[in-house]
Design a protein around this ligand. Structure first.
Ligand code: ADP
Length: 247
């Protein structure tokens, strides 16, 4: 990938210089009614994520990983506790205001790509920019730049079904970064890919993180986790211990 971001050392410098906190969670809980009691998917989750972080969330199935990722992505409102994202008090925002913060700052990558089947690669990449109110005339320059960076210019008029799984995920990552988000949330981003394709996606994340983008990924893969700076383990909705450094 031909990246126009800052040099890899800049993120490390920022890290060393105690960068600003991007995310601060305090006592976040999410529960579901279960008969006469409640089932807790997240228990008193408190977490600080500095800007420039590359964090992995691991844990057994049902531990609350996806719940936490969706909550961080502001897709979910049925939780209690406090959530600051930069200067925004997310716990106080209504759904519309949350959507504005999300569209301005967060890109998503899912296991099953979630590209829009009826849109071409080019059109898929335009979607996040339309949410951001980027004018049509300005969009093409931004989309063409990302197509170029991800070396997928030749695929721009194809539909997702005409691409391999690895290519679709490449487009999904391109779509996640097209609006220059501060944060990328990835849920098992290589779960459907062969190891070589998975490596390509993880190398891409590494480069984006080196350029300053904060990344939080959920994965079962130790190889994927080794790309991150910290690993946080969840079990039964609880953070197990302080996040550790992988490897
Ligand atoms: P993970 O991603 O770690 O596999 P999830 O975050 O998907 O786990 O789920 C955490 C727990 O919350 C699971 O036990 C799951 O069954 C439960 N859960 C998730 N969504 C709902 C729901 N809508 N109603 C009831 N329980 C739910």
């Amino acid at each position: 990938m031909n990246t126009t971001h800052a040099s890899p050392s800049s993120a490390a410098d920022r890290y060393g210089a105690e960068p600003a906190t991007l995310i601060r969670l305090r006592d976040v809980e999410k529960s579901f009614a279960q008969g006469h009691s409640r089932f807790y998917a997240l228990r008193r989750v408190s977490l600080d994520v500095p800007q420039g972080e590359f964090l992995t969330i691991m844990g057994p199935s049902g531990a609350g990983k996806s719940t936490l990722l969706h909550m961080l992505g502001m897709h979910d409102s049925g939780w209690t506790g406090e959530y600051w994202f930069l200067e925004h008090e997310v716990h106080r925002l209504d759904p519309k205001a949350r959507a504005r913060v999300r569209n301005a700052h967060i890109g998503f990558v899912f296991q099953s790509y979630h590209l829009l089947d009826d849109l071409t690669v080019y059109e898929n990449l335009e979607v996040p920019l339309s949410y951001r109110d980027v004018k049509k005339s300005a969009r093409s320059g931004i989309v063409c730049d990302v197509l170029d960076r991800f070396q997928i210019v030749g695929k721009k008029d194809l539909y997702p079904r005409q691409l391999s799984g690895g290519q679709q995920q490449l487009v999904a990552v391109a779509r996640a970064v097209v609006a220059s988000p501060k944060l990328i949330l990835a849920d098992e981003p290589t779960g459907n890919l062969h190891s070589e394709q998975a490596r390509e996606i993880m190398e891409l994340f590494k480069e984006l993180n080196a350029g300053g983008t904060t990344i939080i990924q959920v994965t079962h893969s130790d190889v994927n986790a080794s790309y991150s700076r910290r690993v946080l383990t969840l079990k039964d909705g609880w953070i197990q211990a302080e996040p550790t450094t992988p490897g």
